[in-house]
Each structure stands twice: as C-alpha cells, then as structure tokens.
Design a protein around this ligand. Structure first.
Ligand SMILES: Nc1ncnc2c1ncn2[C@@H]1O[C@H](COP(=O)(O)OP(=O)(O)O)[C@@H](O)[C@H]1O
Ligand SMILES: [Mg+2]
Length: 434
C-alpha cells in the first residue's frame, strides 16, 4: 500500500522573540515533524517549552523565524482553511448563546444562513449539547462550556484539529468524561476531521489519547523524543502496559537536557535571569515531598512513578514538585528517578527555624526572581514595591498568566523563607517583619 502524504509537515521550524534588552529569546529551534492521516499526535512538554507557540504557527497566527510548514501539501502563509483550534480557556462570547457561539465558527466560510444553522445544530448534537442551544455560557458548567469549544472547532469540518491543553482547566472527572467521549467519536469515525495535534503537559493524558507522542525539551523548545503508543483503544489506565508507556514518557521527559531548568538559563536572559516560569507550589507541599523521600523505604532516592503511587498523587502532580525541588537544589531528577541532595537530606532532618534558613539560602541562590525582588526592596528607601513593578517586568519574558503564577509562587516561598513580605490587600511587597 502506498503511504499517504502527511496531513501536516513541518521542517526546521524556528521561532524567536525580541527581548527588551535587545537580545533574542529563542523559543523553538529545528522543529521537524509530520502528522499522518488518521493520527492523534501528542506534543508533551513542560510549561514554556513552546508548545502553544508551535500551534499558533501551524494555525497561521504567527510567522516563523525559519523553516517550513505545509498543510495538505500547501505552505502555510496565513490562517489556512482546514485547521481549527480548541483552547484551554473556552474563549466563548458571554453574550451569545451556545448555538450562536458555534455558528460563529462558520462565519469565515461564507455559507448560507440555513446551512450554517444545520451544521451548527449537527455539531452541537454530536458533542452532547443537545437541548442547550439557547443557553448562555454562564449557565453552563465548565465541562459543557468546553463542549461548546469543541463544537465550534468541529463545525468547520477541519482536516486538522489543534488542541491546546483542552482538558486542563476542567476538574478531574469532567476532563475524563470529555476525553472518553472525544475518543469514542474519533474511533467510530464520527468526527469530521482527519488528524489531531494535542498539546499537553499531562503524561497520562498523552498515553490515553495519542498514537504518537513528541516530547519537547525547553530552552529553546525542541523535540527530544518521538514515541509511538501502540496500545489498542479503549485504553485502561491500570493496564500494566499503559503504566509502562507512562514510565517511558517519564524517562524521556526527565532525560538529560529536557525539562531541566539549566543553570545557564540565566545566561539566556542576561542582566535578570528572572524569565523562568515558576510553578505555584506551596512550601508545605515541597517540604512534604522532601520528608517522604528522606524516610524509609526511600532513604533519599526513589523511582517517580511508584513514588507517586505510594503518595497517592497523580504522577503529573508529582512531577512539577520534583522539578521544583531540583530547581532549588534540594533534589536531582534524572531518568525517572529523584534523589535528595545533601542539602535536601539536611532540610529533612532540620527543625522549623533551620529549615527556613536553608530554604531562604537556596531561594536567593537559585531562584533569580526571589533574589531580584529582595534586591529591589533592599535598595528602595521605603523598602516597598507594588506587584505591578514585577508583573510588568516578567511580562517581557512570559505571558500574563505565567507571570501571575510565577509571582504567586515566589510570594509563597518568600513568605515561608521570611526574605520579604507581601500585603495581599494593597498588593505591595515589603520588608515589614518578613
Ligand atoms: N508573544 C511573545 N513574546 C515574547 N515571548 C513569548 C511570546 N509568546 C510566547 N513567548 C515565550 O515563549 C516561550 C514558550 O511559550 P509557550 O509557547 O506559551 O510555551 P508552552 O505552551 O509550552 O507553555 C515562553 O518563554 C514564553 O514566555
Ligand atoms: Mg501553552
């Protein structure tokens, strides 16, 4: 049988953004991939590895610095026909009904009104929104709103559906229902699409849904592994073969040079080093993992997947915690393993005050944003600075949501370490009884 031409071909793609200091932020380099007919292709990578940027390039919403994108054999030079996107945030118009929101997807196609209506109703029916046609978004649950997002994308009958973390804003059960419903429609050939690119940072979701997963490394974003998932559908998360695939993806994600926030990262952002997106995890959660690891049977070292099972944590929840401990040099993560450093062991054995001192030392040494805030406060006569002072600075390096999350994270850590204080009401940092 002759192999069909890929639906989508990308070759040597690069994307760069200018930095305020005149330098260049390299977000994607040398990305080459193909989406085949009938395939669900996963893009798995840490926050900031350029996945959303890649989707925007495919959707023709931005132009690459270098490289080629061909969709159905034609170069992408602007928003092409034949792709539609589902976003994490539902992006619905609050004043339009479900039906109107879905019909909006067809606006650009120039169809007669009756045909628009017919197709919108069919999409609404297929995705399980029958009876909600005249509801407004605010009257719907999160899961139903995201179904509207799916209907609006599917109604155009795109050859390729791009999905940017479409389940990550939903609660666990709702997300699983929507994934299952989507897979069922897909397996039964009911969806008017020929291929899917699914962006996710959730390893289990990638194994559940994808035929193949491209693992992204960051700084700059690039593909570090191409892993086929051969399990038949429907897939069972408890199947040992499923667990094996999860471990394989873990190992690929934690392999040398992928997700690590390398020390030389600060060299990418000279003068500041504050451009690293920080996960908003509480000190209690971080301390909890250090303690668990220090205890028997681990004695400082564990395999991540069994550790997650023992702690009754979703593996995808454990991973960012482990990575944060690595960033703070309390642990090292490699090849699916986590190991406490000498300082990590010291932290586990210490009392409250010594823990705070140790945490403060590492925070100031390894988290440039924390050191930066402290320095600004030290230098200012009144020792205060508003939230916006740092939020605006961060937004030179990252999106507003990432900036918000990073500041929230550093506030939690800075308070615990008592290196600065933050007044939630007045939104001001200070050195008042930190
Ligand atoms: N318009 C932009 N200007 C400057 N930097 C950007 C812009 N869009 C994205 N970035 C940066 O590119 C990097 C990758 O972002 P993104 O594609 O959103 O990653 P992901 O979706 O994998 O989390 C981040 O460091 C982000 O701050
Ligand atoms: Mg993204």
């Amino acid at each position: 049988m002759e192999a069909a031409a890929p639906l989508l071909e990308i070759e040597g793609l690069a994307m760069r953004f200018p930095r305020p200091d005149g330098g260049v932020l390299s977000v994607l380099e040398g990305v080459t991939l193909a989406l085949r007919e009938g395939e669900i292709l996963g893009l798995l990578g840490r926050s900031g590895s350029g996945k959303s940027t890649l989707l925007r390039l495919i959707a023709g919403l931005a132009r690459p610095a270098a490289g080629q994108i061909r969709l159905l054999g034609r170069p992408v030079e602007g928003p092409p026909a034949g792709v539609a996107m589902v976003f994490q945030s539902f992006a619905l118009f609050p004043w339009l009904t479900v039906l109107e929101n879905v019909e909006l997807g067809l606006e650009a196609l120039g169809l007669p009104a009756a045909e628009r209506r017919r197709r919108a109703l069919a999409a609404i029916d297929m995705i399980g929104l029958d009876g909600f046609e005249s509801a407004l978004p605010r009257e719907l649950s999160g899961g139903m709103r995201q179904r509207v997002g799916f209907a609006r994308a599917l109604v155009v009958h795109p050859a390729i559906l791009l999905m940017d973390e479409p389940f990550s804003a939903l609660d666990v059960l709702t997300a699983e229902t929507l994934r299952t419903d989507f897979l069922e429609l897909w397996s039964e050939g009911q969806l008017p699409i020929r291929g899917v690119v699914l962006v996710t940072h959730n390893i289990e979701e990638a194994v559940l849904m994808c035929d193949r997963v491209l693992v992204f490394g960051s700084g700059p974003g690039r593909i570090v592994a191409d892993i086929p998932i051969g399990l038949p559908h429907p897939r069972d998360r408890l199947d040992p073969l499923f667990r094996e695939e999860v471990e394989r993806l873990y190992a690929a994600l934690t392999a040398e040079g992928t997700g690590r926030r390398p020390p030389q990262r600060s060299e990418h952002l000279p003068g500041s080093g504050i451009g690293t997106v920080l996960p908003n995890l509480s000190p209690a959660l971080l301390a909890g993992l250090i303690e668990a690891l220090a205890r028997p049977p681990y004695a400082g070292r564990a395999d991540l997947p069994p550790l997650a099972a023992a702690l009754q944590l979703e593996v995808d929840r454990l991973f960012p915690i482990a990575e944060t401990l690595q960033m703070l040099r309390f642990a090292e993560v490699a090849g699916g393993d986590i190991r406490l450093t000498a300082e990590g062991m010291q932290f586990a054995a210490a009392g409250t005050d010594e823990r705070k001192r140790l945490f403060a030392r590492h925070l100031l040494a390894y988290v440039p944003l924390a050191a930066h805030i402290r320095r600004v406060l030290d230098e200012r006569p009144g020792h205060r600075a508003p939230w916006t002072r740092f939020a605006e600075e961060l937004m030179d390096h990252m999106g507003p949501e990432q900036a918000e999350a990073s500041l929230r994270a550093v506030i939690g850590w800075g308070r615990y370490a008592e290196i600065f204080a933050y007044d939630d009401q007045r939104r001001v940092f200070s050195l008042d009884n930190p």
